[in-house]
Design a protein around this ligand. Structure first.
Ligand code: ADP
Ligand code: MG
Length: 416
């Protein structure tokens, strides 16, 4: 079993001199994974501590060899965007320490438990990344042999990183394997058949594609395709490829998604879709833009520039709106001089007519000239004028009426 106590300082001086181990992130059969801090840079990493001793305190050379194989494969696949990055390795007589990049969102399995199931859009994004990683492994003649949501880790942007190469192996084209590896629910029919039929030709890289089918089915439905509480029945179902798309879980899922799942879960490995074939499937050809949006790298300066332009544009729109507010008729008719644009026109017209501004005395307001109802005194003056048929001098101003109709007063004002 994986040890949860930390190895003592004397047995792992080199590791402790560089890293400070923190809380446990996960556990495997013979390993314990912890968060750790690189002392010099204060950066966070994950350390997989593999205890090579068994219950009787004997060192397992087999486990050491298996771990060396894992390290070699990890080093070979290093640099792929969707494969975990091995950063450093320390080895003592009883422990091996593998330092990995820290994947803060943990296992896809836990994330799936949290959200129950994914929509097609998110499944498409995750499956595309997984298939790109698997395609790369197969092109390097590597079979993973333990693909499952527990071994797919997520970073802060929910991008997947394939991990746990403990069961991985290099394969030669045309060479077939018969050993049982992996986790029952994800094992392929041909791998299981090897255990019941000693004349079975064996399995190769196609087992990873079967596991991809189980993963995709589980992501879309929130439940695995072959599960039964009695493991024997589940294994029989796998060997016979007995699964369905039950209602209501699958009612809203597209035919292209179902078609791709069934191409993964094809019992005959020769007819099963390859990683390359799956990536060319119509399921991945649709809504290409959505995918591009998902993987678009974050550019701080570009984002900031867009934000600045947005603020400037909204400010300009706001100011333009303020400047050219729609003018309501009641306002224009009731108080035209109170409206800035009309005031300008009125002033300009007045200037043209009189050759100067009409305001002469301190107690006189130009706005009164445009009032719709005449003041009592103005009315009186007009009445007087009408009666006399002449102009009247008032406060140094000569007012000669042009016409006076109802509420509207059209007055011509001239200087004396
Ligand atoms: N780099 C990492 N970042 C965060 N968690 C990790 C990391 N590596 C492993 N883990 C956690 O530790 C668990 C066991 O690691 P894994 O490599 O799968 O070991 P095992 O081979 O023993 O299954 C993972 O399922 C995951 O929960
Ligand atoms: Mg694991």
């Amino acid at each position: 079993m994986a040890q949860t106590e930390l190895p003592d300082v004397n047995t792992a001086r080199e590791f402790y001199s560089k890293y400070e181990p923190k809380e446990i992130l996960g556990r495997g059969v013979s390993s314990c994974v912890r968060r750790c801090i690189h002392k010099k840079t204060q950066r966070e990493y994950a350390v997989k501590i593999i205890d090579l001793t068994d219950d009787n305190n004997r060192i397992s050379e087999e486990l050491r060899n298996v771990t060396h194989n894992e390290i070699n494969i990890l080093r070979e696949v290093s640099g792929h965007a969707h494969i975990i990055e091995l950063v450093d390795v320390f080895e003592t007589s009883t422990f091996i320490f593998l330092i990995f990049e820290l994947l803060k969102k943990g296992e896809l399995f836990d994330y799936l438990t949290e959200v129950v199931k994914f929509g097609e859009k998110q499944t498409r994004s995750m499956m595309r990344s997984l298939l790109e990683a698997v395609l790369y492994l197969h092109s390097q003649n590597i079979i993973h042999r333990d693909l499952k949501p527990e071994n797919i880790l997520l970073d802060e942007n929910l991008q997947i990183h394939l991990s746990d190469f403990g069961f991985s192996t290099k394969f030669d084209e045309g060479h077939y394997y018969s050993e049982l590896y992996g986790t029952p629910g994800y094992m392929s029919p041909e791998m299981l058949k090897c255990t019941v039929d000693e004349n079975h030709p064996g399995y190769s890289k196609e087992i990873d594609m079967w596991a991809c089918g189980v993963i995709m089915y589980t992501l879309l439905a929130g439940a695995p395709p072959f599960w039964h509480r009695r493991q024997m029945i589940m294994l029989r179902r796998i060997m016979e490829g007995q699964y369905s798309f039950p209602s209501p879980d699958w009612d809203d899922i597209s035919n292209s998604a179902k078609d791709l799942v069934s191409r993964f879960l094809t019992v005959d490995p020769k007819l099963r879709v390859t990683a390359e074939g799956a990536l060319a499937h119509p399921f991945f050809q649709q809504v290409e833009d959505t995918y591009r949006y998902f993987v678009k790298p974050f550019h701080a300066r570009r984002k900031f520039r867009v934000a600045v332009y947005t603020v400037i544009a909204s400010l300009r729109m706001f100011l333009q709106m303020q400047k050219h507010r729609p003018l309501r008729f009641v306002i224009a008719a009731g108080d035209p001089y109170g409206v800035k644009c009309l005031r300008k026109i009125i002033d300009a017209s007045a200037f043209r007519v009189y050759g100067h501004w009409v305001k002469k005395a301190a107690d006189q307001n130009r706005a009164t000239l445009f009032e719709n109802s005449s003041r009592a005194d103005q009315k009186r003056l007009l009445d007087l004028e009408e009666a006399a048929g002449s102009t009247v001098v008032n406060n140094g101003l000569m007012i000669s009426p042009i016409s006076s109709t109802g509420n509207s007063l059209f007055a011509q004002t001239v200087t004396s």
